[in-house]
Design a protein around this ligand. Structure first.
Ligand SMILES: Cc1cc2nc3c(=O)[nH]c(=O)nc-3n(C[C@H](O)[C@H](O)[C@H](O)COP(=O)(O)O)c2cc1C
Length: 202
């Protein structure tokens, strides 16, 4: 039997995604913000819904609460440093776009919240529910539009997210994803199917 030690209760559910959430002030979209979020999750398929948990003290919290909108932008390796910056400076006193070189543009399906240009994928979300959990408020957003960078689609319009260079976050560290080791159902795939798919995924 392996040996274990017991730690105090915590949210050591790892790795997590790390995303850039873009938002803006209703009626004044020039006042916008980018906030780094690791407490993000997929919470429903039909309708598609995702969650982001944000502390009340964040500048972005007020913008999202006021507009009822946010955009979840997936982050690739090129955006990793800028993503860290957006997680250690507040939009209250910093122009994060100017400082990082990230650029926001109007997002499909949104009246107010922009998306990050160049992000592999952006999910435009309308707030359906806010759950006050304690330290964080969880915004549950219904995904109203999905914007995918064109170079991630093949000639048949199939999405190859494995080519996006997405990153993950684990216990204070940003990680590259280390390459594909399997696919949905690979544990029971026929040997010829397994071989073909794995070849394609190389
Ligand atoms: C990797 C990383 C993940 C973070 N995840 C969260 C999160 O899930 N929820 C949250 O409220 N703050 C999170 N933060 C902190 C905020 O991004 C940070 O406080 C930011 O400066 C808030 O910006 P704002 O005041 O412009 O909203 C994270 C920071 C980093 C670097």
């Amino acid at each position: 039997m392996s040996e274990y030690v017991s730690l105090k209760p915590s949210t050591l559910l790892n790795p997590t995604p790390v995303v850039l959430v873009s938002c803006a002030e209703k009626g004044n979209p020039e006042n916008r913000d980018l906030v780094t979020v690791a407490w993000a999750g997929t919470v429903n398929s039909e309708p598609p819904m995702v969650s982001v948990s944000i502390r009340k003290s964040r500048y972005s919290h007020g913008l999202i609460s006021g507009s009822g909108e946010f955009v979840v932008n997936l982050v690739d390796e090129r955006m990793a440093k800028a993503t860290d910056f957006c997680g250690v400076r507040s939009g209250r006193d910093t122009d994060k776009e100017k400082e990082t070189g990230l650029k926001t543009v109007p997002a499909e399906g949104m009246e107010t919240a922009p998306r990050v240009d160049g992000a592999p994928v952006s999910l435009s979300c309308r707030v359906r529910q806010v759950i006050e959990l304690g330290s964080h408020d969880m915004f549950i957003g219904e995904v109203k539009a999905v914007c995918v960078r064109k170079d991630l689609l093949d000639e048949k319009n199939a999405l190859h997210l494995e080519k996006a260079g997405l990153i993950a976050y684990s216990h204070g560290l940003y990680h590259r994803l280390g390459g594909v080791m399997g696919f949905f159902g690979w544990s029971v795939a026929r040997p010829d199917v397994l071989k073909k798919r794995m070849e394609e995924l190389k």
